[in-house]
Design a protein around this ligand. Sequence first.
Ligand SMILES: Cc1cc2nc3c(=O)[nH]c(=O)nc-3n(C[C@H](O)[C@H](O)[C@H](O)COP(=O)(O)OP(=O)(O)OC[C@H]3O[C@@H](n4cnc5c(N)ncnc54)[C@H](O)[C@@H]3O)c2cc1C
Length: 566
Amino acid sequence: MRTHVCDVLVIGSGAGGLATAVTARYHGLDVLVVEKADVFGGTTARSGGWSWIPCNPLAMREGVSDSLDKARTYLQHETGNHFDAARIDAFLENGPRMVDFFEQNTTLKFVLGPAFSDYHPDAPGGMPGGRPIVAEPFDGRQLGKEIARLRPPLQEITFLGMMIGSGKELLHFFNVTRSVKSAAYVGVLFTKYLRDLALHGRAMRLTNGNALIGRLAKSAFDLGVPIWTSAPARELVESDGGVVGAVVVRDGEPVRVEARRGVVLASGGFPQDVARRKALFGHAPTGKEHWSPAPETNTGDGLRLGESAGGSLIEGYPNPAAWVPVSLVPRRDGSKGPFPHFIDRGKPGVIAVTRKGTRFTNEANSYHDFVQAMLRATAGEAERCAFLIVDHPTLRRYGLGFVKPFPVPIGPNLRSGYLLRGRTLGELAQKAGIDIASFETTVREYNSHAAAGNDPQFNRGGNAYNRYLGDPDHKPNPCVGPITTGPFYAIKVVPGDLGTFAGLRTNADNQVIDAGGRPIPGLFAAGNDAASIMGGNYPGGGITLGPALTFGYVVGRRLAGVDTAA
Ligand SMILES: Cc1cc2nc3c(=O)[nH]c(=O)nc-3n(C[C@H](O)[C@H](O)[C@H](O)COP(=O)(O)OP(=O)(O)OC[C@H]3O[C@@H](n4cnc5c(N)ncnc54)[C@H](O)[C@@H]3O)c2cc1C
């Protein structure tokens, strides 16, 4: 078998893997990244790209009033029994340092989300904004020919293949028919996109997770880190009770990769591992009643490799994954793409009901909380689903899921069956298989308060996060509007995830630990292969990527022998 020798072998090329690789290489180590897919970037490249970093340097420069103590209080509240003080302190202390490190030494640059609220802003230590940061848009041409190996964004959340940055940029898209400034902004972006399509066959203005990976990969290539694609790690090589390398398949041949300092599992958790989903996802008795927008290659390999060397998965989290409601968009090839519903649920005039015809939660709460409520409300039912409901003016103003606002036509979505339409509420309920009488009562009851901007049942718009998702121009409540003017529409949502929480148990340096809590020599985890520090909860936008980047930075320094506290 061919042999390749390096200091550090990183398995997986998402945020966790590339942050580790860049940091370790910057500190002088010889690093190899191997990636199972034929493209690099993983789920991260498909993501929103937000990283939750309390007291990040951008917030501090903007004068945001926050403290690590306050963030610690918040995480203590959010994680409950699963509060791991050592790992949480390592995250909080190293998060701002990680941002400084990347901004000062690499191509990775960030933008602050000043109004991107924590998901439970009224909980102790919660903040109405300033903790999430997102990668600055990136010109893909800087990657040269390597752009061809960058995983494209999730097809369903682009506009005809064009990436739309979240935050202000998205607002311009919503206002395109209402504001000259927004129309001009979108017009310029779209023209540039058409030019890129003609010249390069793809969007070159990278935003969100694509920008994060674009910038990390550029940093890695600049430092001379090779990324082998189509190169899955198959098994670990052990010696004297420690991990000294792995067998990786490259060009169809096994290669023995010897890693003098260590192996880092960064293969992105188990969102596509049907067997593990069956074992851990209560709503998925066969593992298939669940839909993930994560890449097909994220099949839990890192977890199995870790277990083979004596590691074990964290147990007892209330939620083993980061839930998101998804709708299934029919594609031309007959398959269905999961569309994650991040923001539409917060718009005025949108409610969700189960097949029983009743609402079950404040729909403007976080996607993770929405799915938990949906699963509680549908316990015991054969299909665990809900329907997002809007009337015609709301659909055309904000769109819904994959359906874009006016002037984009809705016909194709009606014909594909993605969007259901009824002239009356009763007709819509009948088409969707919702209890008609109960549904009509629900909407009547909701409407009786909605015109005045109230939602006594669930208090939509009641916190800063709800309002962040709402329409700031809609008065008096950015999240509440009536459902009165037919035709009426429904889109079915089912349980999905953004990544998994139940990963390998690690210590504060993200060394994989054995059942007795002892580090397994030479074995580290980064990203979702390590158990989430959030204890199965979802405190705010960016709580998987923030720790992925931070612990990648911590592991990279640790491998290089640089003091993480320095
Ligand atoms: C649409 C969407 C939006 C999201 N938005 C956000 C957000 O804004 N903020 C946030 O914090 N989180 C977000 N998430 C979640 C976030 O993207 C993931 O939690 C995160 O990207 C996981 O990073 P990772 O490095 O662990 O894994 P990944 O980025 O998934 O990378 C893992 C890589 O390992 C590779 N791999 C698997 N097995 C092997 C093997 N045997 N050998 C070699 N390579 C292997 C995979 O192919 C993959 O490329 C979002 C997710 C989605 C789907």
